[in-house]
Design a protein around this ligand. Structure first.
Ligand code: TRP
Length: 473
């Protein structure tokens, strides 16, 4: 082991180097504590110093114990965040604030960049399209390397989109649509290929589900995703359980990624412990692989250097921080990212919605009546307790879930602003704001249900066609 440390540290990532420095520091301390022979301590100290130098040369920063390099900050067990109330990883989102997670803090902690006015106007300039209301309203609020994507678009260089879903239940709720609605807009604006990964394997590993059930959910969820209206000729949806076993391109990239990420790293990033099954420990490589164009030789004709743009909710970022860290060592471009906020539960913005609690969200299978009842009964209100007080002091849009939902689904900026003003001033009552939401969601969900009915066979045929093409590769 110590020989390896000497000879290959030149090709290490910032995080690997950081870990080597930390381990070596511990070693020096324990040698000193054990009063080991002087020359042994000296050798260990020398190695520590050279690792620190290498760390500085690679990251441009001095090594600081307890603060890993910024593009790659572990989020679960980093002591620096224990006094923080918000907790975000791919499986848990928790905050004590009714306004929801503090996203500016998250940008700092994750080392991503804010989607600011300047970037939004550049998107508008470069594409000639009015930016989607998810961008204008800060619903997609953070990014990595989006400027590179816009450069590529300006220079007519190809790139592609990648997003996904873990099929943990049969019916999707409206929050699940957010990344797909936005991805559809991006596909339209840029006119580029899109791959959609359904991680039924992930859900089998994490949840109490059989393989068969997880696959069944993937097939059902794919119908809802197709119903969002992607360009059928440029979109490839696949279930991991189905597709992975028949794609050599995919599997080759998975093992390449697996070879370049250590157990220590995934422990740091995802909080895995020694008692997690090895399926979980190796899964991140499976979610990372579609970020590289060589994973899909049938789509990209074997090209390895086509950059990928990933729209996703911010809780998926740990996967892609890992991906971006290994990419250069595999000779692949780092994927760019666009991050969205979480969709709040009806009961309040403290947590992400749960597909297993029917009252925590509006499902795509809900009837108009169910939508109405759920919103009236369960949507957390920022209004005052009595009509008199409400008229006098006004409602609070920052914590009102009906208002939050309207920012996602009511496209008309003027109407949204009017509602906000009227609610804040007290002129509009909670019941009236809820009515505006009900009237926005009912037709939207009915239209979705209609489109879903029509896609069934078409989507099966499409996915199948692409898989067969890959067979012949
Ligand atoms: N892990 C994601 C989930 O549980 C699914 C997923 C796979 C994904 N690949 C992705 C999400 C790429 C966004 C982008 O929902």
């Amino acid at each position: 082991m110590s020989n390896r440390q000497n000879c290959d540290s030149g090709s290490l990532s910032p995080l690997e180097l950081y870990e080597r420095v930390t381990t070596q520091g511990d070693k020096v301390r324990s040698l000193k504590a054990a009063e080991a022979p002087k020359d042994e301590i000296d050798t260990a100290v020398k190695l520590l110093l050279s690792l620190k130098l290498m760390y500085k040369a690679t990251t441009g920063q001095d090594y600081k114990a307890g603060s890993p390099p910024t593009d790659f900050t572990p989020i679960n067990n980093a002591p620096a965040i224990t006094e923080d109330d918000d907790f975000v990883d791919p499986w848990t989102v928790q905050t004590s604030s009714a306004k929801g997670v503090d996203y500016d803090k998250l940008i700092v902690r994750f080392g991503s960049s804010k989607i600011d006015k300047e970037l939004i106007s550049r998107i508008e300039r470069v594409t000639g399209q009015k930016p989607h209301h998810f961008l204008r309203r800060g619903i997609f609020f953070s990014h990595r390397d989006m400027n590179q994507i816009l450069d590529a678009y300006e220079n007519k260089k190809p790139f592609y989109l990648y997003t996904g879903r873990g099929p943990s239940s049969e019916a999707l709720h409206v929050g699940h649509l957010i990344p797909f609605i936005f991805t559809k807009w991006l596909q339209e604006v840029f006119d580029i290929p899109l791959v959609i990964q359904l991680t039924d394997d992930e859900k089998y590993l994490w949840k109490d589900l059989t393989v068969e059930k997880a696959y069944e959910y993937a097939i059902e969820n794919a119908k809802d995703i197709i119903a969002c209206g992607f360009d059928i000729n440029k979109t490839f949806i696949f279930s991991d359980l189905d597709y992975l076993g028949m794609s050599p391109g995919f599997y080759k990239n998975i093992v390449k990624i697996q070879k370049h990420v250590t157990f220590n790293q995934v422990k740091g990033i995802f909080g895995f412990t020694d008692s997690d099954c090895i399926g979980k420990i190796s899964f991140p490589a499976i979610q990372a692989a579609p970020s590289f164009s060589s994973t899909f030789p049938q789509i990209f004709k074997g090209k390895e250097d086509i950059q990928c743009l990933i729209p996703c909710a911010i809780d998926q970022d740990p996967y892609f921080r890992m991906t971006r860290d290994v990419a250069p060592r595999l000779g692949y471009p780092k994927p760019a990212l666009l991050h969205s906020v979480f969709f709040p539960a009806l009961q309040g913005a403290q947590t992400k919605m749960s597909a297993s609690d029917p009252n925590s969200s509006i499902f795509l299978t809900d009837t108009p009546k169910q939508i109405k009842t759920k919103i009236n009964k369960h949507a957390f209100s920022g209004g005052k307790d009595t009509i008199e007080e409400h008229r006098k002091y006004g409602g609070n849009c920052d914590v009102d879930v009906s208002y939050m939902y309207l920012t996602f689904f009511l496209e008309d900026d003027d109407k949204l602003e009017q509602l906000k003003q009227a609610y804040t001033s007290g002129a509009l009552l909670t019941g009236e704001l809820k009515k505006a939401l009900i009237e926005t969601l009912q037709p939207l969900i009915a239209a979705h249900q209609e489109r879903r009915k029509q896609v069934t066979n078409e989507m099966q045929a499409l996915a199948q066609a692409l898989i067969e093409e890959d067979h012949g590769e």
